[in-house]
Design a protein around this ligand. Sequence first.
Ligand SMILES: [Mn+2]
Length: 435
Amino acid sequence: MITLLHLSDIHMGSGFVHGRLNPETGLNTRLEDFIAALTRCIDRALAEPVDLVLFGGDAFPDATPPPLVQQALASQFCRLSAAGIPTVLLVGNHDQHAQGLGGASLSIYRTLGVPDVLVGDRLETHPIDTRSGPVQVVTLPWLTRSTLLTRPETEGLSMAQVNDLLLDRLRVALEGEIRRLNPDIPAILLAHAMIDTATYGAERFLSAGRGFTIPMAMLARPCFDYVALGHVHRYQVLCEQPLMIYPGSIERVDFSEEAEAKGYLLVQVSRGQTQAEFCPLPVRPFKTIQVDLTEADDPQAGLENAIAQADLAEAVVRCLYTLRPDQVDQIDQAALETALAEAHSYTLQPELKAPTNRSRLPELGTDSTLDPLTALGAYLANRPDLSDIAEGMIAAATALMADETDDLPLDDADLALDDVDSLALEETAQQLRLL
Ligand SMILES: [Mn+2]
């Protein structure tokens, strides 16, 4: 039996906007949070100790992390190397460099020849000797069309056709790896992929309209004793036989992960009896406070009340509130900041709700042809805010149309040009031009 630790989607260096500067270390607190979460994973791997560590991809937000962030990740994985625990680092979509192969941020480990660290940046099988015996790990990094297809092959094809072609190629290539597996040795598939049955948030299917997805059945093959996934940030078991799991991200990358537990998996791999345990990590809470104040008599009190009811301690907080334009002056920003001081960090995100939505000027539909004066009349009929100058505008427009500019009633009190909102006039002109 092989014991392994499976973690994924570290995204080290992301979400700085949710942190603040730690004056003692000079580091963003969210970087410290992510380092702490990864440290806990590695601590556990060493404490067990496990026979193998599998990382499912997306180490950083992109392929060119700053040296400080690179080092933060490397110093943790090097602890495994020093302890002689084999580790497979899979390349996710965030780790790939846009410019071709070999540019992945994780390739440096292979270049440096870090002992016991393998980089999975292509579809291949890695035979690994662990303390508890040999194991075979098939790595399937994030696929892009350039991985398995050449440009002439994809020319003129739709996205759906390209995806079908990519799946055909993957099926053949994976079959090749599977046929070469030694059936007497445990086999694991480590894949960074969007599986078609994965869910996210409130059970929404992620795959809808989200590009390349792989049917679960293509990877859930009986030859594998465990299928270790990466890419989706929400922990989920996709298949029991063989066991196929997304461990999810190890820290919250953004507010979409507010309600999700974060952690890693401890997996005991044996033929037909693989078992996995989800191990939660004590990560920083995210908290959304959302309140509609448009009906409130005292919006400030309503907002402060909503804040007081939330558990803010050490949390990353966002406060979303909706106001009418005339309520803006009733909000005391400084008082809100005091009320939110207990949070680790917070953002205030007011949204103004206009009292009525402006109508779409049905009279000015594209199918009707109106003369400019009729169009202006229809426009003004929908702009009660311009009613005091409407008559003057029509008079001026009539004069313009008749080319009687000399007779423009510039002195007419009805058309007090100095008072006219010049933006409104400009807008009128634009609307007319659009006709
Ligand atoms: Mn990913």
